[in-house]
Design a protein around this ligand. Structure first.
Ligand SMILES: Cc1cc2nc3c(=O)[nH]c(=O)nc-3n(C[C@H](O)[C@H](O)[C@H](O)COP(=O)(O)OP(=O)(O)OC[C@H]3O[C@@H](n4cnc5c(N)ncnc54)[C@H](O)[C@@H]3O)c2cc1C
Length: 443
């Protein structure tokens, strides 16, 4: 049956991505400029699409595959995050990241599957992306935060996961700041330079994958025998399509699909000089998550820069304004000064935002969308590990494989629908505001 799928929201330059800017210039993009035929087209060059294209190529080495990205691979959300490949439960809508024992165990299994897959590619292909298996700290600034960490630790104990408590002096010895009261160290998290990882994953794809960037799919139609993907300057004709467009897949109006594009923001300092490094103290590199999911995520990088992430904003039009970026930068500056008063001269060099794809019930879309069209969409804030897993597994599913993890993803809840706009806008914005307000000192 003939049908059409129209794309209405495209990636916009939401601030300046510090990870991308600190890499050498990317080689020129190869864009879609003619009509070409492929067995498979994967839409979206984030972590999910990169893993889907790789896995298709591994399992079907004779198939021709195209991966298409509207912007540059590494410059969009998958290359503009804080770089945490989180293995443990991380439900950012819960006050302590945990859910039930069963749900937490299932999340850990899936997330480790994704991390193991990407780590093996990074090692095998020698991708230079500062991949570190050094774990993460969950830190609290007051009693409320400590109570949340205690709850999280109880959840970890229930599912048999390791952790270690640090007191105020212990976490100060790592971070150089006496801002935090206590912390939980969990060893399984990996961290990366995300833009370098995405570029490296794209550059090392198997030979049967053609990569097109600066090529936004405008629409897909089914002419009965193939899918026709249209671009500004060309067409790709495919037997099968895999959609990995995350927040850009959110729909509103008559048929809302329950996916919520919620932006979060980050800033990166300039590199500290030797004097500033000495004044800060602590260890050379560390990665810290706040006790309250709405608080500030902080990383100290081997490049002697510090990265701060906080603040959320519901932006259904998938664009942030200059006012959003100015507000985010001032919140980041305040968080930075509270933690690092000894670094008052260290400026925030870059500030940017990117869309998460959330849903009110932590649901996501995975599986067959229509004949010959598959989708893996809905990162729920944890796209690095979950996106790696769901990208790999959607390729396996589309090729007819079956396993426990595929079934787990097929059985996850669909994103719950929302009230129509503008009621949804008001409800989501108010919920974010209340949660941020309650995070208080953790910001
Ligand atoms: C500041 C910040 C910090 C974060 N920190 C973390 C973290 O530490 N750990 C973590 O796990 N997650 C983090 N996230 C979330 C994480 O970045 C996302 O979950 C992840 O990027 C999702 O990957 P994805 O491939 O599914 O989607 P995306 O990365 O959004 O990729 C989708 C791609 O599809 C492309 N696209 C969309 N429409 C089209 C079209 N019509 N044609 C062609 N291409 C199209 C987009 O340009 C985009 O590149 C953070 C996000 C932000 C913004």
């Amino acid at each position: 049956m003939a049908w059409n799928l129209e794309f209405v929201r495209f990636p916009a330059p939401d601030g300046v991505n510090g990870w991308w800017e600190s890499l050498p210039p990317a080689p020129p993009a190869v864009a879609v400029t003619a009509e070409r035929h492929y067995d498979w087209v994967v839409v979206g060059g984030g972590i999910t699409g990169l893993c889907a294209a790789r896995r298709l190529a591994e399992l079907a080495p004779d198939a021709s595959i195209a991966l298409v990205e509207a912007d540059r691979i590494g410059r969009t959300t998958a290359g503009r995050n804080s770089g945490f490949f989180v293995d443990l439960p991380h439900d950012i809508s819960s006050e302590s990241y945990s859910r039930s024992v069963e749900a937490d165990k299932a999340d850990v299994r899936l997330q480790r599957h994704g991390i193991d897959y990407v780590r093996s590619v990074v090692k095998q292909k020698g991708i230079d992306c500062d991949w570190q298996d050094d774990g993460k700290f969950h830190a609290s600034v007051n009693r409320k935060g400590h109570a949340a960490l205690t709850h999280f630790a109880e959840g970890l104990a229930r599912i048999g996961e390791d952790f270690e408590w640090l007191d105020e002096a212990g976490i100060a010895g790592v971070t150089g700041t006496d801002f935090y009261e206590s912390a939980l160290f969990t060893p399984g998290c990996s961290t990366v330079q995300p833009a370098a990882l995405m570029r490296g994953l794209a550059a090392s794809l198997p030979e049967n994958v053609a990569v097109f960037e600066s090529s936004a799919v405008r629409g897909i139609s089914d002419n009965g025998s193939a899918k026709v993907l249209s671009f500004a300057n060309g067409k790709l004709i495919a037997r099968r399509v895999v959609l990995c467009t995350n927040a850009y897949a959110a729909t509103f109006g008559g048929h809302p699909n329950g996916l919520l594009p919620v932006y979060t923001f980050a800033s990166m300092t300039r590199a500290m000089n030797a004097n500033e490094v000495r004044r800060l103290g602590g260890t050379r590199s560390w990665s810290l998550i706040p006790a309250d999911p709405m608080g500030s995520t902080i990383r100290r990088l081997v490049t002697d820069r510090i990265c701060v992430r906080n603040h959320f904003a519901f932006r259904p039009g998938l664009e942030v304004s200059q006012a959003d970026l100015t507000k985010a930068k001032s919140l980041h500056r305040r968080s930075f000064e509270r933690r690092f008063p000894m670094l008052e001269d260290v400026e925030l060099e870059y500030t940017w935002g990117g869309p998460l794809c959330l849903s009110v019930n932590n649901g996501a879309l995975f599986g067959r969308r229509s004949d010959g069209v598959f989708e893996a969409v809905g990162c729920n804030g944890l796209g690095l590990s979950r996106g790696s897993a769901s990208g790999k597994l959607i390729a396996e599913y589309a090729l007819g494989r079956d396993n426990d993890l595929i079934r787990q993803l097929l059985n996850q809840p669909h994103p719950r629908s929302l009230p129509i706009r503008p009621i949804a806008d008001v409800a989501v914005t108010a919920a974010i505001w209340m949660k941020e307000f309650s995070a208080g000192a953790e910001l």
